[in-house]
Design a protein around this ligand. Structure first.
Ligand code: HSE
Length: 442
């Protein structure tokens, strides 16, 4: 048992951007309800910012500091809240806060995914809490569900759309016929994108989130570098249109599944999902996570994965949880990663080449006799069987390339990749072939 705290819970905040401001607003607007729920009030002692020149809202008046020590060395601060993002100096501040015996609430998925395996055991050893609900899918309470609500179940699979920027871009391309750059600019203007949008569109942000989700879901110490990752940058307007002709929508997915042999299947990539599926209906910047419990069956959580107030809501709810623990002197009661640290496993991660699914393949070819037969021949040689096919009619004469799109039966990924490498060398091919998975069970 830790000592009980019977005064206001005092917090120090790192990060005075839009989420930091959202946290101050929420604490002010909901102060009464929070106190009635937690049994104590929350007092913000200090907000540490980096950028001295940036204009800020009057909510920060009297709270701002530019010295991390004002939070880290203040013995009266119980909880350090980190919403500045990035690995450093955020990682250093979180580590120093834990070492100083303070609980931490963070929204930093990169930090959790990359350094959680060091920081979480440190917090457990110091018997302080390290909570991170806002790090995955912003305002959606998926961490809490995995950590607490499903404590009696075995998660067998999870499928999600956890990068709002990518979902927004693909939705805008589909619904409004925008090109990739226009849709990305829209996502940035709406404040969904990371400071470096390659993390969003390249899949890295979703990979960080999947590493965290898979750790909690499967009791496995999953690292982001173990996850096969593909971004959405190669999805063209033509793919969105062709997918639609076959009754599919292209979505940016994060998938984790426990395989019968004990290994984990972990993937981040765009995929075709049926138009009538739940995943297809989650549009714009919305996120979704569908958990599949062995006992529970499917459980769907959807909402805003970014934005100042949804993210602030998750952060402040974590502060309330930590505060409840402090009020009762019970920090460290719930394992941060859902499983007691000594029981986390390191199961093998299935090589991506072993994955089997149906495929969408697009070839740009010259419309000449024999081209199609040669493509089909190579696919057949690699045991990839064609299920359906469409060829776009000739546009501007016989020298104009045409798109040939094929949907395959289930085929092993390594066979598809080998076949595509051979097909690219064939006469009549004018551009690299594109391959997208068709997600079963979506
Ligand atoms: N850039 C992230 C997204 C925001 O687009 O989902 C919150 O993680």
């Amino acid at each position: 048992m830790n000592a009980r705290v019977s005064r206001p819970i005092r917090i120090g905040l790192f990060g005075a951007g839009v989420v930091g401001e959202g946290i101050l607003r929420l604490l002010e607007d909901n102060a009464g309800a929070i106190e009635r729920r937690m049994g104590s009030s929350i007092e913000v002692r200090r907000v540490v910012a980096r950028d001295t020149g940036r204009p800020r809202s009057s909510r920060f008046d009297g709270l701002l500091s530019f010295r991390p020590e004002d939070v880290l060395d203040d013995p009266e601060i119980d909880v350090v809240v980190e919403v500045m993002g990035g690995l450093e100096p955020a990682g250093e501040y979180v580590r120093r806060a834990i070492e100083a015996g303070k609980s931490v609430v963070t929204a930093n998925k990169a930090l959790l995914a990359e350094r959680g395996h060091e920081l979480i055991p440190l917090s457990e050893a110091r018997r302080v809490d390290l909570y991170f609900e806002a790090a995955v899918a912003g305002g959606i309470p998926v961490i809490r569900v995995l950590r607490e609500a499903l404590a009696a179940d075995t998660v067998v699979a999870l499928r999600g759309i956890v990068n709002g920027t990518s979902n927004y871009i693909l939705s805008e391309m589909r619904e409004r016929g925008l090109d990739f750059a226009e849709a990305l600019a829209g996502a940035q203007a709406a404040g969904y994108a990371e400071a470096d949008p390659t993390l969003d569109v390249g899949g890295g942000d979703a990979t960080h989130k999947l590493a965290i989700l898979a750790t909690l879901a499967f009791g496995a110490d999953v690292r982001p570098e173990e996850i096969a990752t593909e971004g959405i940058t190669e999805v063209g307007a033509v793919d969105i249109e062709m997918a639609s002709r076959f009754g599919y929508v292209i979505k940016p997915l994060a998938v984790g599944a426990a395989r019968p042999d004990g290994s984990l299947d972990l993937r981040v990539h765009p995929a075709l999902v049926p138009e009538a599926s739940v995943l297809a209906s989650i549009s714009g910047a919305l996120n979704v996570v569908v958990l599949e419990g062995k006992m529970l069956g499917p459980c769907l959580l959807s909402g805003y994965g970014a934005g100042a107030l949804p993210t602030a809501m998750s952060v402040v709810s974590d502060i309330v949880d930590v505060g409840r623990n402090l009020v009762f002197g019970a920090s460290g009661r719930v394992p941060q990663r859902a499983w007691r640290g000594e029981h986390l496993a390191r199961p093998p991660i299935a090589p991506p080449g072993q994955h089997e699914c149906r495929w969408y393949l697009r070839f740009s070819v010259l419309d000449r006799p024999g081209v199609l037969a040669r493509i089909a021949g190579v696919l057949g040689a690699f045991d990839v069987s064609i299920e359906q096919m469409v060829q776009e009619g000739r546009g501007g004469g016989s020298d104009e390339p045409v798109h040939v799109v094929m949907l395959t039966h289930e085929a092993r990924e390594e066979n598809v990749r080998h076949a595509l490498r051979e097909i690219e060398l064939l006469k009549g091919m004018v551009a690299r072939a594109r391959a997208l998975r068709i997600e079963a069970g979506a």
